[in-house]
Design a protein around this ligand. Sequence first.
Ligand SMILES: C[S@@+](CC[C@H](N)C(=O)[O-])C[C@H]1O[C@@H](n2cnc3c(N)ncnc32)[C@H](O)[C@@H]1O
Length: 270
Amino acid sequence: MEPASFKDLERTGWIAKASTYPLGFGGATKGAVDPLLDAVGVSRGTRLLDIACGPGDGAGRAAGRGATAVGINFAPTMVELARRRFPEANFREGDAESLDFAEASFDAVICAFGLLHMAEPERAITEAFRVLAPGGHYAFTVWAPPERHQFYELVFSAMNEYGRMDVPLPPAPPFFRFSDPDESRRVLLAAGFDELKVDEVPLVWRYKSAESVIDMIYKSAVRLSMMLEHQTADARERIHQAVIEGAGKFRQYGGYAMAVPAVLVAARKP
Ligand SMILES: C[S@@+](CC[C@H](N)C(=O)[O-])C[C@H]1O[C@@H](n2cnc3c(N)ncnc32)[C@H](O)[C@@H]1O
């Protein structure tokens, strides 16, 4: 039997985690929706495509602005959840790397925290370009690199100290590849986009208790959970303890919150 590819593992992971994702990182990613919709100019009548829509907030909020909004995701459980949450938008199963839409079908395309989970993100960018009408806008978000992102800084330093980062997962693009504005510009220009803009969006991740952070990693992250599952039992336990101890330091107003900024990249199809 062929070993599972990175894409297979991601898809299986997202199918399993759809119902718990909104309680974890989905709570933080929602903050990027309006900046993304503003970046692509969504208003009444805009034809909007939300790629890797997850629980549906991008397309759902675009429909709330009067747009004709479509969301696609390769995990059927996410599509079902999005449909239940936002009946006014249209959600369907689909692959970002091979979109099932004719060229020039949309005025605006967004992809919130999707590219960093894809095996072939260049294909997803070329596909976004193809389905956009000339003059249409594209915008995506990815996480800022660990040096500015309190959650990744905490987890990756614990993993470096007590375990290993080079676990045997199938080959995949680097997680923070598009957090680098030069790399994003290079790939978008090569796909044919112009009018490139890069901004940082200051998001916050709130959580109930330091211990709940571990639970949320396993319930709402896919690659990171796999990296933890591949540690030895001893290393994993030490990493958990270090993360809990670190997470306990971000106390605010009776709860906890970490700064989890996003990089927002926007461009236009000439
Ligand atoms: C971190 S979640 C982001 C969800 C949502 N956009 C948000 O901002 O919360 C990543 C999503 O990308 C989806 N995804 C990953 N690769 C995909 C692909 N090739 N085609 C469609 N969806 C994909 C996953 O199913 C998952 O729902």
